[in-house]
Ligand binder design. Structure first.
Ligand SMILES: [Zn+2]
Length: 335
């Protein structure tokens, strides 16, 4: 990682265009040295996937708090599913086709109904590489239209090429990027089998295309990557100012349960969001001060007190990139 960052300082623009997902992605799989994987890693025990019921007919599976790797099949994010009389609505498609098939197996344990719709909270690799499995079954894919630009970008293409190395054999030549069937531009009420899903755009925050999915009858909110728990958030190219505001707006939902994009569910929305919000505010304050004083990033990073966050999983692999991206963002905002 250090070499990557050294290069980043020199070629800031180039790396900025890549680092959206290549190294830390909310999808991770970032150490290029891992491209040559020992067989033992591929044949390592699969990470456990077990659907947990949130309320009747509403379930989720929880990824591990790690970077994506072939050892964990890129199971580093959460996905949800809701069983309705007309079929199953899935929220997020997980980080490899194999994980999507395992999610289907979990769904089959509770219902024989087909997959009706997949709603994507955003187009980061760890939430979408399983999408083709649902598409091939005839599911309708719904996402926010702001993702279209990313889907056709070099960033997405390079990311997938890189993932085919780093996440092999779970992501390979057959893994493809799948566009939505319906691109949203605003709020949408989706009703499937009498179950209501309020889909609300909340970007640009973690990504330009962030959506949250709220079930008013069950009072469950799928918050996507606006909320990270039990790990350092992935900031990437986020608009952290709007992200913080959008998190406040999530508190307006009448929730019994919040399912985050990463980490365990919570029944205390406010506390649930504290880590992500405090972290973003701290990044913006510390890096904003440095950018304003024109202090070089390196010295600002070293002199910043990270003790509040350094015990969190993924601190070592994500914090420096998050801080650097925030430093660049704060330079932009200061102009
Ligand atoms: Zn993400």
């Amino acid at each position: 990682m250090l070499a990557v960052f050294g290069e980043e300082i020199v070629k800031a623009t180039f790396v900025r265009s890549l680092c959206v997902g290549l190294w830390l992605g909310c999808a991770g799989a970032s150490n290029l040295a891992l491209a040559e994987k020992p067989l033992s890693q591929v044949s390592a025990p699969k990470p456990l996937m077990q659907a947990k019921q949130v309320v009747p007919n509403v379930y989720y599976v929880q990824g591990v708090s790690e970077l994506g790797s072939s050892a964990n099949q890129n199971f580093i994010s959460n996905a949800g599913f809701v069983v309705t009389p007309a079929g199953v609505v899935v929220i997020d498609a997980l980080g490899s086709p194999e994980l999507a098939r395992r999610l289907l197996a979990e769904i089959a344990k509770v219902t024989k109904k087909p997959i009706h719709t997949v709603v994507l909270t955003h187009y980061h690799a760890d939430h979408i590489y399983g999408l083709q499995v649902f598409k091939d079954l005839g599911a309708r894919i719904v996402a926010h239209g702001a993702a279209r630009e990313y889907l056709t970008s070099d960033t997405a293409r390079l990311r997938l090429e890189s993932s085919r190395q780093e996440l092999w054999p779970w992501v390979d030549e057959k893994t493809r990027l799948v566009p939505a069937d319906e691109w949203l531009t605003g709020n949408k009420v989706l009703t499937v089998g009498g179950v209501r899903f309020d889909i609300q755009p909340v970007g640009p925050s973690h990504t330009a295309e962030d959506l949250v999915v709220y079930l008013p009858q069950q009072k469950v909110l799928f918050a996507g990557d606006l909320v990270f728990r039990n790990r350092i958030p992935f900031v990437g190219q986020a608009d952290s100012r709007h992200w913080i505001e959008a998190m406040q707006s999530l508190l307006k939902f009448d929730t019994r349960w919040v399912v985050p994009g990463h980490g365990p569910i919570s029944n205390d929305a406010k506390a649930d969001m504290t880590l992500t919000r405090d972290y973003l505010i701290y990044l913006r304050e510390s890096m904003g001060r440095a950018a304003k004083d024109m202090e070089p990033f390196e010295s600002a990073y070293v002199s910043t007190d990270w003790s509040k966050f350094e015990k969190m999983p993924l601190f070592k692999s994500a914090n420096r990139m998050n801080a650097y991206n925030t430093y660049l963002l704060m330079e932009q905002e200061a102009k």
